[in-house]
Design a protein around this ligand. Structure first.
Ligand code: PMP
Length: 333
């Protein structure tokens, strides 16, 4: 019989699909690695099992323990999948810009969700870092995985995402493109591909305008709407020496591309995927036909139906909305 021993066994092995329409005018092959095929719907499922395994080994997480983590949602889902299977409870601290849909997904997995304001300094007692630190101190048996500094996060990508891309492209990948949030994905995947190719694969980061990774100076660090990527501090999970170039992408560009991916490629993905594709197309623009660019699409678009895919939300936030004229009168919509 062919089956997984638990849902954690379904993590990884996500497919590559060629992008065909948004790549018009580009000679290189651009392949998307579609991480929503993971059971929790995002690339973060990969880091959850390796983080929990290590915490158990190191005695940081014991039977009856509680996992407390600040997360924009996807890491929470991954951790909840594994925690539920092993009998741990979970408490997730999310910034208020994270959609209600995403919070409800965490609650559906049995997690408790604490919402904190987005636009306060990390050191502020109301910030999502401060609140999670306090909860860890106050809840007995609490363990905070800290995806921002936990080396098991990049390690899990080094051991899975990287080798999958290397094998599935028959070692022909020339560029790897990913958005940078905690930095775990690009550090681990990029690190593996660099090592396997003896430095030949070029690693390209994508960063929201306003994030620290691509800001010219500290005054350039400010808020933005795309979720799951960018930072206002330098996390330990990110190794900038792995990254060869980093592209700064605006919310408007990210969201326009996210909508195109759904309509033109049939890929319903989140805003950080649109952001990564914008960077991938910039990197691919002048590459020859034998170049193979792999861009990682971190999560599914269903968590963003009330945001990037909602015309009213887009207009209310000052973004343009395009699309064909309706075929039927608005009164019938
Ligand atoms: N996109 C989304 C939607 C995410 O949740 C994350 C994880 N924060 C990322 C991109 C970035 O991945 P990483 O943290 O590994 O840099």
């Amino acid at each position: 019989m062919r089956y997984a021993h638990s849902v954690a066994g379904l993590v990884g092995g996500t497919p590559l699909v060629r992008l065909n329409r948004v790549t018009e005018g580009i000679a290189a092959t651009v392949l998307a690695k579609v991480e929503y095929f993971n059971p929790g719907g995002s690339s973060k499922d990969r880091i959850a099992a390796s983080i929990i395994d290590a915490a158990e080994r190191e005695g940081k997480l014991r039977p009856g323990g509680v996992i407390v983590e600040p997360t924009s949602g996807n890491t929470g889902v991954g951790l909840a999948l594994v925690a539920q299977e092993r009998g741990y409870r979970t408490v997730f601290v999310v910034p208020d810009k994270v959609s209600e849909d995403k919070r409800n997904v965490l609650r559906a997995y049995g997690a408790e969700v604490v919402v904190t304001p987005t636009n306060v300094e990390p050191a502020d007692p109301r910030s999502y870092y401060s609140v999670s630190d306090r909860l860890v101190r106050e809840i007995p048996g609490a363990y905070k995985p800290d995806q921002y500094s936990n080396q098991n996060a990049p390690r899990s990508h080094f051991g899975s995402t990287g080798p999958e891309i290397w094998a599935d492209t028959d070692r022909r990948v020339t560029h790897f493109v990913a958005g940078v949030g905690t930095g775990g994905t690009i550090t681990g995947t990029g690190g593996f591909l660099k090592q396997a190719s003896e430095g030949r694969v070029r690693i390209v980061g994508a960063d929201p305008v306003g994030s620290i990774y691509s800001a010219d100076d500290p005054s350039g660090v400010h808020g933005y709407l795309v979720e799951g990527v960018g930072e206002d501090f330098w996390p330990g999970a990110y190794d900038p020496t792995v990254v060869d170039e980093i592209h700064r992408v605006s919310d408007a560009e990210s969201f326009a591309m996210t909508r195109r991916l759904a309509r033109e490629e049939g890929l319903l993905v989140g805003g950080s995927s649109g952001m990564a594709v914008v960077a991938a197309l910039r990197a691919a623009r002048d590459l020859p036909a034998d170049a193979v660019v792999v861009v990682l699409l971190p999560d599914h678009g269903r968590g963003y139906l009330g945001k990037v895919f909602d015309d009213d939300w887009m207009r209310a936030n000052g973004f343009e909305v395009d699309g064909p004229e309706p075929l039927v009168p608005a009164s019938l919509h």
